[in-house]
Design a protein around this ligand. Sequence first.
Ligand code: HEM
Length: 221
Amino acid sequence: MTRQGPIAKSLGRAARAAVTFFALAIALYALSYLFRRERVFPPDLAASFLARPWGIYPHALFGAIALALGSVQFWRNLPYSHPALHRTLGTIYVVATLGTGAAGLYMSFFAFGGAVTQLGFGLLAVSVLSTTAIAYRRIRRRDVARHREWMLRSYALIFAAVTLRLELPILIGIFHGFAPAYAVVAWLCWLPNLVLAELYVTATRSTAGSTSRSARTPVPS
Ligand code: HEM
């Protein structure tokens, strides 16, 4: 790991605080689906959700858990200062992510707006499922460095739930309507997240090889 200066440390703290804030806000919104049900369905999506309650409710519940817990996992030093807590939260995160990804994949076949939207959400679901599975396999093999990298990718994709809801009102303003904005946001909510995660992974990549002893030893980031 590279040593960080005071400005980089402050920026890192601010970024983690912002991620946690937005993650918790959108997790609460998703949980409101379980209590307020049809009253919170977006009008254009309501018919599909009413027809597929076994898709949307598990998706919202598991999504809220993954989004909230994932943000905590990146708090500075948590994996090293509280390894047992990190493992427990991590196991719940993996189960919740696979749950929301599987339900999201199912829902993507019926997403509002046709093929462009369905393909965008479908690829997001496949990417979430695969990055999370790879991250899990890496840590089962004690490869801490690669586990961290794949978990960063996984969470960048889960964070699409936040970026979608920040971008959608802006896109509706630009395209003057829900339908075209929704087709664009089905891609724009996750592709830039993945690019940013990739840039971050590259910038902070451990110089040690993935199979070397030093990469297997936790090092505070
Ligand atoms: C990262 C993988 C995800 C995929 C592939 C995905 C996919 C989808 C799809 C296809 C729909 C239905 C859209 C439609 O019928 O047009 C949907 C709706 C929804 N998703 Fe996700 N989603 C993901 C992550 C999350 C997460 C992490 C949350 C948690 C906050 C979440 C919460 C919701 C909610 C609340 C809705 C209802 C629509 C709304 O109120 O905006 N999703 N998702």
